[in-house]
Design a binder for this molecule. Structure first.
Ligand code: ARG
Length: 265
């Protein structure tokens, strides 16, 4: 995670961002710290990346890399505003990652925005395309991770990253995902229905609260408080939903998952 000390909305690269909207920075910092502390209270280790004064979106740490079994695929950002973030993540992974074994880092050839568009399930690497990550990054990721990649077409600009429209609830069971069907093309919707017949399907209101931008450890599901409609279906499936306040970070178009890069090492 990267503290939001320098978070602000000064450019707009997704429909959630409006540079005219003021950000309450002390509140953003408080909300972010509460999320970090919640992870720690649940027994997870949280490492911090140093914030950078010129990179307000660095707080969305999920976009910096994809890590599976100690193999790290670096990011290459679609927009020039975020491009310099990739090197900071690379340095972190090469220098200070808490991993016991040395990491194997790949400098990406094609545009991919890390876990914004890559999601790991038990059997697959789900990969979003349409707004940010290049479809060419899918083949690159498949070759690097040696996991079958399922390409999914995003069609609604409000759900510009896969992680705004789909969340993996348990990466040891292949049917354990939740998603918002309308964010996907008709063909991709059918693919998702085939692969995940028991998925939790989100309603529009919960998707618009960025309720799918959640992080699950297989039991606790941390999600934005406003996505209240997801609480009951998650409980029915045996998960423990943990609502969190991240209203200030929503102004940049992100919530829990965007703020969290997962180290599967
Ligand atoms: N303002 C950032 C952008 O548009 C938000 C990134 C959100 N991150 C995510 N993993 N969806 O790139």
């Amino acid at each position: 995670m990267c503290p939001p000390e320098h978070f602000r909305v000064t450019y707009a690269i997704n429909p959630w961002m409006d540079p005219a909207t003021p950000v309450d920075l002390p509140l953003a910092v408080k909300q972010w710290q509460a999320l970090r502390d919640r992870y720690r209270a649940l027994g997870h280790t949280v490492d911090e990346l140093d914030p950078h004064p010129d990179l307000p979106d660095l707080v969305y740490a999920a976009n910096g890399a994809t890590v599976i079994d100690g193999r790290v695929l670096g990011a290459r950002f679609a927009h020039p505003e975020r491009r310099p973030e990739a090197a900071l993540h690379r340095e972190w992974h090469l220098r200070s990652s808490g991993a016991a074994a040395p990491v194997y880092f790949r400098e990406p050839e094609h545009v991919n925005e890390g876990e914004g568009d890559f999601a790991v399930t038990a059997g697959f690497l789900l990969a979003g395309r349409g707004f940010r990550s290049s479809p060419l990054s899918h083949a690159e990721a498949q070759e690097f991770f040696a996991r079958p990649v399922i390409g999914l077409d995003l069609v609604d600009p409000r759900f510009y990253h896969l992680d705004t429209a789909l969340c993996v609830l348990d990466d040891s069971r292949d049917d354990a995902v939740m998603y918002y069907p309308e964010a996907f093309s008709p063909g991709s919707r059918t693919v998702l229905a085939r692969l995940f017949p028991d998925a939790v399907l989100a309603e529009e209101a919960d998707a618009l609260a960025l309720g799918l931008n959640a992080v699950s450890d297989g039991h606790h599901v941390l999600l934005p408080r406003e996505a209240a409609g997801l609480v009951a279906p998650l409980r029915e499936r045996g998960y423990d939903p943990v609502p969190v306040e991240l209203g200030e970070l929503l102004k940049g178009g992100g919530s829990v998952k965007c703020c969290t890069g997962e180290l599967r090492s």
